[in-house]
Design a protein around this ligand. Structure first.
Ligand code: HEC
Length: 153
């Protein structure tokens, strides 16, 4: 009897959590959308995709870098880049259609906060993602933007 009461309470809690629009889970989104290429922990794999850990956190320090990080996820990117002396020439897919502004903000917050230990993530909001989405851009332009970043490419 006692068990059944607890089970019912658990079910009620799960239902109300689902109805209360739980914020998007960045870790789960990373596992579902990014990990196949960028690997668990975002350590990257030569010939597939660059590491994000130990790499992209530096861009969070500048206005241009922040815009770049939001834009890569939205437009994707083509053209080769070099990270830690390794050259990558793959295609970063666009996630503009597959993910909402809130989901994109959550997955970037997860990567920058959990893997890169960036402390200030106040700028990384669904509203900012919406603005970046509005600004648009092509994968090729995003690649050029990377080359112009203050933290270097
Ligand atoms: C199909 C493989 C693939 C998937 C899936 C993928 N990426 Fe990428 N990603 C790449 C490749 C390849 C590059 C490098 C592109 C280039 O060389 O221009 C890249 C580059 C990046 C960069 C820029 C790194 C830098 O050094 O500037 C970021 C940020 C990034 N990806 C984030 C993500 C996020 C976030 C997701 C999931 C939402 C994701 N990627 C999913 C393959 C992938």
């Amino acid at each position: 009897m006692k068990h059944r009461v607890f089970a019912t309470l658990g079910l009620l809690a799960a239902c109300s959590a689902a109805m209360a629009q739980v914020p998007a889970d960045g870790a789960a989104l990373f596992a579902a959308h990014c990990q196949a290429c960028h690997q668990p922990g975002a350590v990257g794999a030569p010939g597939i995709a660059p590491p994000l850990v130990g790499n992209i956190g530096r861009h969070a320090a500048s206005e241009e870098g922040r815009r770049y990080l939001m834009r890569v996820a939205l437009t994707g990117m083509v053209g080769s880049i070099t990270v830690d002396g390794v050259r990558y020439t793959g295609n970063m897919p666009s996630f503009a259609a597959a993910m909402s502004d809130a989901e994109l903000a959550a997955v970037l917050r997860h990567i920058l906060g959990s893997y890169e230990r960036v402390a200030d993530l106040g700028w990384l909001t669904p509203e900012q993602l919406a603005a970046a989405r509005q600004a648009g851009g092509t994968p090729n332009e995003t690649h050029k933007m990377r080359g112009r970043l203050p933290a270097g490419g």
